[in-house]
Structure formats: C-alpha cells, structure tokens
Design a protein around this ligand. Structure first.
Ligand SMILES: Cc1ncc(COP(=O)(O)O)c(C=O)c1O
Length: 398
C-alpha cells in the first residue's frame, strides 16, 4: 500500500494522459495548427485520485472477478455522512437512485415528469447538455437569461416566473453551483427559486454535481435542504465524478425524498434497461467518500491558488475573469477583443495553442466568452497563461 500523506505538491505532478483514450487528450479540435495544444475544455481534472481510491480499485482488480455488484450499507453510510457533514443535509439511503451519470438522470427525469411538447426551463448560459437533452426528448426548451451586472451573474426572477407562467413549465433544471458562470447560489436566491417553483407547481431537478468545489466566502446549500416542501418537490443530482475525478467510472447518486417522484424516476430509469452501477464505480465512490476529504480540501486550496494565478495574469488585459465562487471552470469575458465566436475560437486554438470551451456552446449569452478548466498542475497553467499573454501581445491586445 502506498502512503496516504497529501499536500499541495501532490497536485504539481504532470501525468501523461495521451494514448489513454482520454477525450481531453486524445482528440483534437478541428482546424488546429498546434501539435502541442493544451486542452482546457472538458470538465475532468489532470490529477490522480486519492491514493485510497487507487488502492481500493487495485485490490478489486487483483481479485479478478467482476460480477454484478450492489452498493452496501457502508456505501450509504459514507455518502450520508458526506452530505450531512459538508452540507448539513440529512439524506436517507432509500432516497438514492443510482444512475450511470447525471445527464442520464436528467433525461430520465424529463421523461418521468413531462410529456412530449411540455416546457422545461433552464437558465442560460448553462451546461449545454441541459438544452440538448430537452430538445432531444422533444420537449419545449424555455430559457431565462442570467443577467451579468457588476461582474456577477444573477437570476432575473421576474423573467423566470413569467417564463414559467407563459409556458406552463413542468420542470426547472437548476444548475447549482452554476456551470459555466461559477455562481454558488445563496440561500436567498435558492429560496426565491423555491418560492416560484412551489407556487406554480414546477418540479425542480437540481444538478449539484459541482457542489464540492466551493471557494472561500461561499457556501453550497442543497435546495432540497431548505424546507420540507422543497425536499418534496426536488430531485437532487449528485455524483463523485467531478469531486474525485472519476467521470470515466460513471456513477451518480440521485436523491428524491418524495416517494411518488422517486417511483416515477426509478421507472423511467428502468425503462432504459439500466439496472446496476458498475463494480469499479461502487468501490471507487465508497473509498473516495470515506477517505477522500483531506485530498479534496488540499485540492481546493490548490485550485484557489490556480485561480489567483489566472486572475493576476489577466489583470490589465482585455480578457476579464468572472469571479468564480465555485467549480474549476473559469468563465472568461473576451468581448473586449471584438472577435466573432469563430474568430475567438481560432485565436485561442491557432494563436495561443489553447483549447478552451467556446462560450456560445452554452447558449445565448455565452457569445464572446470562453470557458477554461484550470484543474491542472500549475506548471501547465503557467505555460497556458504565458502562451495567452504572448498571443495577446502579438495582436497588440495588451
Ligand atoms: C453541470 C454538470 N452536470 C453534469 C455533468 C456531467 O455529468 P455526468 O457525466 O454524470 O453525466 C457535468 C460535466 O461537466 C456538468 O458540468
């Protein structure tokens, strides 16, 4: 067994992820010119998992039998402790529906709680599979635009409510914390969302996959923890995948307190033919929630340092960083460069050698922005920032 000691230097190690099938490293953007482009788009991290997770996976691998596997009481207990201790949210094991992913669960919820042609509400710009899953399931996509004011995104509650009543919205897909704008919604904001949704009988599907990435000054509150009424009206989507960098193992825990909602959601999942989590996902998630807290706390400090590096590097440039309250996905306001979305993408790829996520992918309001994943060793981030600085200078943008 390897040592369990963790400090900031753990995250300095650069791991070669090429030729592993990694979507981030083994695909290339179309039209790229750089051989050594730095990928900073998709939301996974360039860090190894906690050593206890690696060891737990090794020991199952050595056992050599991978039959159908169930979660056990310890799985429920460590998960319950995690949410109780970190978020003051008391859950029960029977609330948990396990799925291979959060997007899978959102699709299942759309099928369970709405019919073809019904309206589903999102706040854009937002994680683009929200819109894709709504339209792919032939629902009517209704978007309320987040408002950027004083460098901070806010929900336009009047618009939100009007969109709900005008379209008889059935389901609101909440992104909490919000990818890509980095907001950690406050208690007051969540209560207002809750008030409106309860008033109009709108089901809340709250995607809280980024809830473990919260920076100083903010607190994540699961919307379902705010009142009994909200707990009854909400489906909360969580997963170990972002927190512990386990996305490839595909596991999510979807909490529904209300037994009627839970049964409907479970039926929609069963209808797809899906039944059990995979063996490795169960083992990894259990070890992660049991032993991974020191690793996560150190990681959060590391990410905070990376954010400072980015912030300092962009100071005085024409690109401004929207202050992130949560997530490791930075939202860069590049509108002052006066480039079209295509020109912006080409600038980053061909002139800076950086592959970021185009803001326009996240819907209306994302135009002129880029999303940058800073969950990488600081040496890589420094290289990326120096490339960006050079590319901006070459264009006389600095
Ligand atoms: C807000 C949000 N939800 C869901 C996902 C993906 O979750 P999953 O892989 O479990 O479907 C991501 C991945 O980036 C995300 O940012």
């Amino acid at each position: 067994m390897k040592s369990n000691k963790i400090d900031l230097t753990f995250f300095d190690t650069v791991h070669d992820r090429k030729n592993t099938g990694s979507i981030k490293y083994d695909t290339l953007p179309s039209g790229r010119r750089y051989n050594d482009i730095i990928p900073m788009w998709i939301a996974d991290m360039d860090f190894k998992v906690p050593i206890e997770v690696e060891n737990a996976l090794l020991s199952v691998s050595e056992h050599g039998i991978f039959g159908y596997t169930n979660t056990d009481d310890e799985y429920d207990a460590v998960l319950g402790d995690w949410y109780l201790q970190r978020m003051n949210w008391q859950t029960q094991p029977e609330w948990n529906i396990k799925t291979p992913g959060v997007v899978f669960a959102i699709a299942a919820a759309i099928n369970a709680f709405s019919n073809i042609g019904d309206s589903i509400l999102i706040c854009q710009p937002v994680y683009y599979p929200f819109a894709n899953v709504v339209t792919a399931n032939k629902r009517n996509l209704v978007a309320s635009q987040l408002q950027l004011s004083g460098g901070k995104y806010e929900i336009d509650f009047d618009d939100l409510e009007k969109k709900i009543t005008d379209n008889s919205v059935k389901v609101f897909l909440l992104c909490s914390p919000h990818n890509p704008v980095g907001r950690v919604w406050t208690k007051e904001e969540l209560l207002e969302i809750g008030r409106i949704c309860l008033k109009h009988n709108v089901l809340i599907v709250s995607d809280e996959i980024h809830s473990d990435f919260i920076y100083k000054g903010s607190v994540h509150i699961p919307i379902a923890s705010l009142s009994d009424e909200l707990a009854e009206q909400t489906i909360t989507c969580t997963a170990p995948s972002k927190t512990f960098n386990l996305a490839g193992l595909q596991a999510a825990n979807i909490f529904a307190k209300n037994p009627v909602l839970r049964e409907k959601l479970q039926k929609a999942c069963t209808k797809t033919g899906y039944s059990n989590l995979n063996t490795m996902a169960i083992v990894a998630a259990k070890a992660a929630y049991k032993y991974g807290e020191p690793w996560l706390n150190t990681l959060l400090e590391y990410l905070q340092n990376n954010i400072s590096l980015l912030h300092n590097s962009l100071a005085g440039s024409k690109i401004s960083l929207i202050h992130p309250e949560g997530t490791y996905l930075m939202w860069l306001d590049c509108r002052a460069l006066n480039l079209t979305d295509r020109e912006l993408k080409n600038f980053f790829i061909n002139e800076a050698g950086l592959w970021l996520h185009n803001g326009s992918t996240f819907g209306a309001g994302g135009s002129g922005f880029m999303r940058m994943n800073i969950a990488c060793p600081k040496s890589i981030l420094k290289e990326a920032l120096s490339r960006l600085d050079k590319a901006l200078k070459e264009r006389s943008y600095l």
